[in-house]
Write a protein that binds this ligand. Structure first.
Ligand SMILES: *[C@@H]1O[C@H](CO)[C@@H](O)[C@H](O)[C@H]1NC(C)=O
Ligand SMILES: *[C@@H]1O[C@H](CO)[C@@H](O)[C@H](O)[C@H]1NC(C)=O
Ligand SMILES: *[C@@H]1O[C@H](CO)[C@@H](O)[C@H](O)[C@H]1NC(C)=O
Ligand SMILES: *[C@@H]1O[C@H](CO)[C@@H](O)[C@H](O)[C@H]1NC(C)=O
Ligand SMILES: *[C@@H]1O[C@H](CO)[C@@H](O)[C@H](O)[C@H]1NC(C)=O
Ligand SMILES: *[C@@H]1O[C@H](CO)[C@@H](O)[C@H](O)[C@H]1NC(C)=O
Ligand SMILES: *[C@@H]1O[C@H](CO)[C@@H](O)[C@H](O)[C@H]1NC(C)=O
Ligand SMILES: *[C@@H]1O[C@H](CO)[C@@H](O)[C@H](O)[C@H]1NC(C)=O
Length: 302
């Protein structure tokens, strides 16, 4: 059986919280990853780090299971980066902005051709951009193709790496701050805001794969953060609905807007209101509407 994992998440900046990691290990005897998809929203806050540190936010796959040797422990990782790193193709860009490339990094192994930092083209990204990251093992070979797609304009960077028969059985979601002068110290004040924990398993008979849809959750300082949008309490934005659904949590409503092309904002009805029609109701807006005061709504817009 083969696991196929789909993530939807937002990276969100918050101060004074601890490193939030996420890991899924497969059963090494029967499972390995063949496909991972992550939607990553570039944090809307500029990291407060100095010029001798680098911030990394990445989903990654590492070996676990059969054929670990001879390649050894490396990581397939599209790394959203703020600062410098060992990845190739950084020439000419100012590292102190958000940028990303698809990479393979192996600092533990000793096999020629697999030691060091490899990667594809570098793409600078904007705060609030939604990046669709996919890692897929091509069926005909052991080649992994990692792609990073800016959903707003379809710009893509990618990188392929042939890992032969080696099974990739560990999935991680990590944030790291690395000091260039003291690389062993790694901390972070970033964490992930996303859907409440939920996990669905379904079996796709035709391809004999199991698909798990899951999401991470974490405590955040400001539960109203939604990418770089402005949040207005007790305001409505009447009219110009492009879609609506009920019930949705605030976070689900936020993610729905961010992942819907053309969504300019949304209105969310408070769940404690007496009107059952308004409770946890989410309306997406196709254009910006002037906010008006209304007790039981939260309005959010770009
Ligand atoms: C960081 O900035 C300081 C002060 O401007 C400078 O002296 C130092 O060389 C810089 N370090 C790097 C790695 O750019
Ligand atoms: C490479 O690493 C493997 C596994 O750790 C080890 O058995 C082997 O001796 C190493 N080879 C060299 C040349 O260091
Ligand atoms: C992603 O798309 C948005 C909207 O078109 C654009 O503003 C942004 O510059 C794009 N980012 C990259 C890295 O192309
Ligand atoms: C907010 O994010 C959107 C894309 O998600 C971008 O087009 C816009 O420029 C950003 N606004 C600011 C003020 O950063
Ligand atoms: C990897 O993905 C990119 C982007 O989707 C695509 O252009 C490229 O052809 C793929 N490479 C392989 C070997 O499939
Ligand atoms: C991006 O590609 C998708 C699928 O090919 C297409 O439907 C969409 O219109 C494209 N978006 C942009 C902004 O080009
Ligand atoms: C009603 O719900 C909103 C949103 O969850 C909350 O901000 C507000 O404090 C609640 N009001 C009361 C009276 O519970
Ligand atoms: C519920 O909505 C009504 C208006 O429909 C408003 O007067 C009332 O304050 C709201 N209650 C809460 C708890 O938000």
């Amino acid at each position: 059986m083969i696991l196929k994992i789909l993530f939807l998440l937002l990276a969100s900046c918050a101060i004074n919280t601890s490193l939030a990691d996420f890991e899924i290990d497969t059963d090494p005897d029967i499972n390995e990853f063949i496909y991972v998809s992550v939607d990553l929203i570039v944090p809307s806050t500029t990291p407060q780090i100095n010029n001798e540190t680098t911030l990394f936010i990445w989903p990654g796959l590492q070996p676990w299971g059969h054929d670990f040797e001879p390649i050894g422990n490396g990581v397939l990782q599209p790394v959203l980066t703020y600062g410098s790193s060992c990845a190739p193709n950084q020439n000419g860009i100012d590292p102190y902005q958000w940028w990303i490339s698809a990479q393979y990094v192996n600092t533990d192994g000793n096999k020629t051709g697999f030691m060091g930092c490899f990667g594809g083209d570098v793409m600078t990204v904007n705060e609030g951009d939604t990046l669709r990251i996919e890692m897929v093992k091509l069926a005909t070979s052991g080649t992994w193709n990692q792609t990073v797609l800016n959903l707003s304009n379809n710009k893509t960077v990618w990188f392929t790496m042939d890992l032969g028969k080696q099974a990739q059985g560990r999935f991680y979601l990590l944030t790291e701050i690395t000091s260039l002068t003291n690389p062993s110290s790694s901390t972070s004040s970033f964490h992930f805001l996303s859907l409440p924990p939920e996990q669905e398993t379904s079996t796709d008979e035709s391809s004999q794969t199991t698909q798990i849809t899951t999401a991470t959750t974490s405590i955040i300082d400001n539960p109203w953060i939604c990418s770089n949008m402005t949040v207005l309490q007790q305001k409505d934005m009447p009219g110009n609905d492009m879609a609506n659904e009920q019930p949705k949590t605030y976070t689900e409503c936020c993610i729905w807007c961010l992942s819907t092309s053309g969504c300019r904002g949304f209105v969310w009805g408070w769940p404690n209101n007496t009107s059952s029609f308004q409770q946890s109701h989410c309306w997406l807006k196709s254009i910006l509407v002037a906010p008006t005061s209304l007790a039981q709504f939260t309005s959010v817009h770009f």
